[in-house]
Design a protein around this ligand. Structure first.
Ligand code: MN
Length: 153
């Protein structure tokens, strides 16, 4: 251990998007956001760093919460295929695509039917809480037929 409390270590990859001594956790423990079939592993979270790296995985048909916040996300798709709502657009994503989600951009990930979707997400260690859409936000988002189809598959 260094003076900063950091521990040198290797967590061996176990296959199937699992790493030694890391247990997948439920996506969120609190809040009332709608989400389905998604788990989280925190890969890196060191007190001396300003960022965290997490691995999220949603089962086939699963999705993350529809939200926005001040902080940004940097995402690398690692597994599978799916769709991503980014503001007023819907993009198809697949393994090794890079997704940048600026602050205050509505976003949601959705796994393609029949296939899991997994991604790395880098985020500020200290960050604001996500906002969920209200009725007027949803109405504005759904003014795009593409987004409406994404939100109500
Ligand atoms: Mn987010």
């Amino acid at each position: 251990m260094t003076a900063d409390g950091e521990i040198a270590r290797v967590r061996t990859y176990l296959g199937s998007f699992r790493w030694q001594e890391l247990e997948p956790r439920p996506y969120k423990e609190e809040g009332n956001a709608a989400f389905r079939n998604i788990s989280r592993q925190v890969l890196f979270d060191e007190p001396t760093q300003d960022c965290e790296l997490r691995y999220f995985e949603m089962e086939a048909g699963g999705y993350s919460s529809l939200e926005r916040h001040q902080h940004t996300h940097a995402v690398i798709i690692l597994r599978g295929r799916g769709q991503c709502l980014l503001g007023s657009t819907v993009r198809t994503v697949a393994a090794f695509d890079l997704v940048t989600i600026p602050g205050w951009t509505w976003h949601q990930f959705r796994a393609t039917d029949g296939e899991a979707l997994g991604f790395l997400c880098m985020v500020n260690r200290v960050r604001d809480r996500p906002q969920l859409p209200g009725a007027s936000d949803l109405a504005a988002l759904k003014s795009s037929p593409e987004v409406a189809a994404f939100l109500s598959p």
